[in-house]
Design a protein around this ligand. Structure first.
Ligand code: FES
Ligand code: FE
Length: 433
C-alpha cells in the first residue's frame, strides 16, 4: 500500500453539513429496503456527503498517467477530479475548481501538462495543485501563492496500481477499507505474466436514467443472468448460463465494507480446463500461455488459468467483471454513468487483443450484455416510484447463508447476499456521526 500524495490542502476546512433528519433504521431492514432510497433527491444529497465525500472511492489506475505531467479527468461521485502525475512522479487528485472565482480550470479529458491555467482571469497552477502565478499581482496584498491553490483530495492511496481517493482527512486506511477484497485484486493481477493490470484500452461511457445503487447491486446479482442475458448466452453458445443456474456451485461472498463478489472458481475448477473461464483454449493463446508458464511455473500457471479473473464489486464504484472494468459514477439521483474498459494485462498482447474484442461484443455500442442490464436498471427505477408495495425484497437465500473458512458470509450464486451486505454497510455509513 503506497501513499501517493500529501494530505495538505490550501483550502479552508469544509463547513460541516447540517444534521440529517432521515431515519435510516425505518428505511433499511435486513431483508427489505424502502423504494424511496433510490428516488429521493434529499437522500442522494446525503449520499454525496456521507459516502462519496467521506469514504474511499476508486478514481483511476496508475497506468492511465504513466509519464511525468500526464493527467486524466476522473470523478468522485458527481464531482470531477483531475488525476495528475507530478514532476516528482507522485499521483495527485485535484478538484477542478479555481480557488479564485470558482471556474473549472481543466476542460480536456486527458493530456500532458506541467500547469493548468484558468481561462477566466489567467491564474496558473502546478499539476500538484499549488498556485504558481497570477496576473496583475499588485491588486493583492501579500503573496496569494501562500494561501490559495487547487483543492486536493485529502487522502490518495493505491493498491496494485488502483488509485483511490478519500475526501475525509481522517478515517480508516485504504488497506483497512479494502479488507478481503484486496485478495481479489491480487488474483486479478496474477493473470498477467508480469503481475500487473494496465488500463490502456480507452473507455466507453454508458448513461442510464436510474439510481446508481441499482447498478451497484446488479453487479454481483447472480440471479438475473439466466433471464436478462438468456439471448446472448444462446447466440454465443456460451457456457456462462451454467455458472448462474440453480445447480451452480459458484458462491456469492460478502467481504464487509460493502464489497462483494460472485466467486465462479468452484465451477471453473470442476471443469479443470485452462482458459475455459474465458471461453477459449491454451492453443488459441500460445504466447500468453508460454509466458505464464515461464513466470509462474507450469503447475501454478495452470491453476491460475483454470481459476481465471474475479467478478467483484468494490464499494461504492469499482466493478471488475472478469474481462472488463466498470466505474460507476452517479450524476444525480436518477442518472448514472458507467465508464467501461477492457482489462489489459501487462506482457500479454495476444490475450489483450481478445479481451478488447470480447469487450466490444458484450459492452460496446452494439454489445448485447450491458444493453440488457441498462434496460433493467431503468425499469427498476421507474418501478420503485410506485408505492404499492413500497419495499424492495432482498431475502433470497437468507436461510442458507453460511461462513467460508476465512469467516466471510457466503451464499448460493443466485442469492441476495451481496445486496444485503451492501445495504448493511450503506446504513452504517449513513448513520455514522
Ligand atoms: Fe480562475 Fe478567476 S476564476 S482565475
Ligand atoms: Fe447483467
Amino acid at each position: 500500500m503506497e501513499t501517493l500524495a500529501p494530505a495538505a490542502s490550501a483550502a479552508p476546512r469544509p463547513v460541516a453539513p447540517p444534521p440529517a433528519r432521515i431515519d435510516w433504521s425505518a428505511l433499511i431492514h435486513p431483508e427489505h429496503v424502502h423504494g424511496s432510497l433510490y428516488t429521493d433527491p434529499a437522500i442522494f444529497q446525503e449520499e454525496v456527503r456521507r459516502i462519496w465525500q467521506r469514504t474511499w472511492v476508486y478514481v483511476g489506475h496508475e497506468s492511465e498517467v504513466p509519464n511525468v505531467n500526464d493527467f486524466v479527468m476522473k470523478s468522485i461521485g458527481p464531482d470531477p477530479v483531475i488525476m495528475t502525475r507530478g514532476k516528482d512522479g507522485r499521483i495527485h487528485l485535484l478538484h477542478n475548481r479555481c480557488p479564485h472565482r470558482g471556474n473549472q480550470v481543466c476542460e480536456k479529458h486527458r493530456g500532458n501538462a506541467r500547469t493548468f491555467t484558468c481561462n477566466y482571469h489567467g491564474w496558473t497552477f502546478d499539476n500538484d495543485g499549488s498556485l504558481r502565478g497570477y496576473p496583475f499581482p499588485s491588486g493583492y496584498e501579500g503573496d496569494m501563492r501562500k494561501s490559495l491553490g487547487l483543492g486536493r483530495v485529502a487522502r490518495v492511496a493505491s493498491y496494485r496500481g488502483f488509485v483511490f481517493g478519500c475526501m475525509a482527512e481522517d478515517g480508516i486506511s485504504l488497506e483497512e477499507h479494502l479488507g478481503g477484497a484486496k485478495e481479489a485484486l491480487d488474483i486479478l493481477c496474477r493473470n498477467s505474466p508480469e503481475g500487473e493490470v494496465e488500463i490502456t484500452a480507452g473507455f466507453l461511457q454508458h448513461k442510464v436514467m436510474a439510481n446508481w445503487k441499482f447498478v451497484m447491486e446488479n453487479e454481483t446479482d447472480g440471479y438475473h443472468p439466466a433471464f436478462v442475458h438468456a439471448s446472448i448466452f444462446d447466440v454465443a453458445d456460451s457456457q456462462i448460463g451454467t455458472l448462474y443456474a440453480d445447480t451452480s456451485t459458484a458462491v456469492t461472498r460478502y467481504f464487509g465494507n460493502g464489497h462483494s463478489e460472485v466467486d465462479l472458481r468452484p465451477e471453473f475448477r470442476k471443469r479443470g480446463e485452462p482458459l475455459s473461464w474465458f471461453g477459449t483454449t491454451p492453443q488459441k493463446l500460445p504466447d500468453y500461455v508460454s509466458k505464464m508458464n515461464a513466470a509462474y511455473g507450469e503447475q501454478k500457471a495452470r491453476e491460475i488459468l483454470i481459476e481465471g479473473t474475479p467478478h467483484i464489486m468494490i464499494f461504492p464504484n469499482l466493478f471488475i467483471a472478469e474481462i472488463q472494468m466498470f466505474t460507476i459514477q452517479p450524476l444525480n439521483v436518477n442518472e448514472t454513468v458507467q465508464h467501461v474498459t477492457a482489462l489489459q494485462f501487462k506482457g500479454a498482447p495476444d490475450f489483450n487483443r481478445r479481451l478488447r474484442q470480447q469487450t466490444m461484443g458484450s459492452v460496446g455500442p452494439a454489445g448485447f450484455l450491458l444493453a440488457d442490464d441498462a434496460e433493467m436498471y431503468e425499469r427498476s427505477h421507474r418501478g420503485v416510484q410506485e408505492k404499492n408495495p413500497e419495499w424492495v425484497y432482498l431475502g433470497r437465500g437468507s436461510h442458507r447463508e453460511r461462513r467460508d473458512e476465512q469467516g466471510f458470509r457466503i451464499g448460493h450464486a443466485t442469492d441476495d447476499l451481496c445486496s444485503r451486505g451492501m445495504w448493511q454497510h450503506y446504513r452504517s455509513l449513513m448513520e455514522a456521526k
